[in-house]
Design a protein around this ligand. Structure first.
Ligand SMILES: Nc1ncnc2c1ncn2[C@@H]1O[C@H](COP(=O)(O)OP(=O)(O)OP(=O)(O)O)[C@@H](O)[C@H]1O
Ligand SMILES: [Mg+2]
Length: 271
């Protein structure tokens, strides 16, 4: 799917007054004496694709880690659909519909593509426990069947059906990135954090990947926060961007406003 400037989300469609699927309030993360993220606040509405950009070391990945529960903020709050999850584990957050992909690819290389998705469903949805395994309860078998159907449907939708029995470690980078996305979206997340999902992809692969993301925002109202180095790609696909620099929000606005902003240009030149 080719996404043009005209097809991207309009800022009006993603008004900041809509109830937030993800809300970050005054978040600060410290590593020793360094404030890697400093008093950051932002909101992502259901169905919005918000770009998060900024030079190397700006704090984008650290922010994602704090939102997903992989590091502990020194101050501030994270809310999912209004619920404060700041003190909750990564697993608890994932069970509330939060998903992410990682800047450095993370696939289970010794599992097939299909099994990667089934493992994700098991992790997000819970396994049913020891007694269910021992007794092989019919409910567990039913759940397994429906999870398999769910995983297979997702693989068809993202164009990985042919590769379903391939070991994930054998996939070329473009398909591996798509599989990471498929694993994150197989059970329709409410909030999705994508950390440079198109890194290593050519233009066609990047367009296919972002096409899947657009479908999620449009059809499932998933709220997406997209970190990308390619600013042009963000401009083509996001109606609104937040620019981070040295851990702080430098500006927030349309991609055109960001591109025209002198402080943003300066930050990128320094970064
Ligand atoms: N585990 C850590 N321990 C100490 N400092 C860290 C740690 N992780 C990140 N940092 C520092 O925090 C700051 C923000 O890093 P982060 O990786 O979040 O930036 P980023 O915006 O994702 O950069 P990039 O675009 O290169 O991925 C940097 O100064 C980095 O060196
Ligand atoms: Mg990063």
């Amino acid at each position: 799917m080719k996404t043009t400037v005209d097809e991207r989300q309009s800022p009006e469609a993603t008004s900041a007054s809509a109830p937030a699927a993800l809300e970050i309030e005054d978040l600060t993360v410290r590593f020793g004496g360094v404030r890697a993220v400093s008093d950051v606040s932002l909101r992502v509405a259901p169905g919005e694709l918000l770009g998060l950009i900024g030079p190397n070391g700006a704090g984008k990945t650290t922010l994602f880690d704090a939102v997903s529960g992989l590091n502990r903020p020194a101050a501030g709050r994270v809310l999912l659909s209004g619920r404060n999850v700041t003190g909750e584990s990564a697993l608890a957050r994932s069970r509330l519909g939060l998903r992410r992909t990682f800047q450095r690819q993370q696939v289970f290389g010794r599992l097939t593509v299909l099994d990667n998705l089934l493992a994700a469903l098991e992790w997000h949805g819970g396994g049913g426990g020891f007694m269910a395994d021992v007794l092989a309860l019919p409910s567990r078998r039913r759940r397994e069947r429906s999870r398999r159907e769910q995983a297979e449907e997702t693989l068809r939708e993202v164009g990985l059906w042919e590769q379903r029995d391939t070991y994930a470690g054998h996939l070329p980078v473009g398909l591996a990135r798509m599989m990471e996305l498929a694993r994150a979206v197989v059970d329709e997340p409410s909030v999705l954090l994508l950390d440079e999902p198109t890194s290593g992809l050519d233009d066609t692969e990047a367009e296919r990947l972002i096409g899947v993301v657009h479908q999620l925002t449009e059809k499932r109202s998933t709220a997406v926060l997209l970190v990308e180095h390619d600013v042009r790609f963000v401009m083509n696909n996001c109606g609104r961007v937040v620019v981070l620099n040295l851990g702080e929000v430098l500006m927030e606005g349309t991609p055109e406003e960001a591109a025209a902003d002198e402080s943003v240009r300066t930050a990128y030149l320094r970064g």
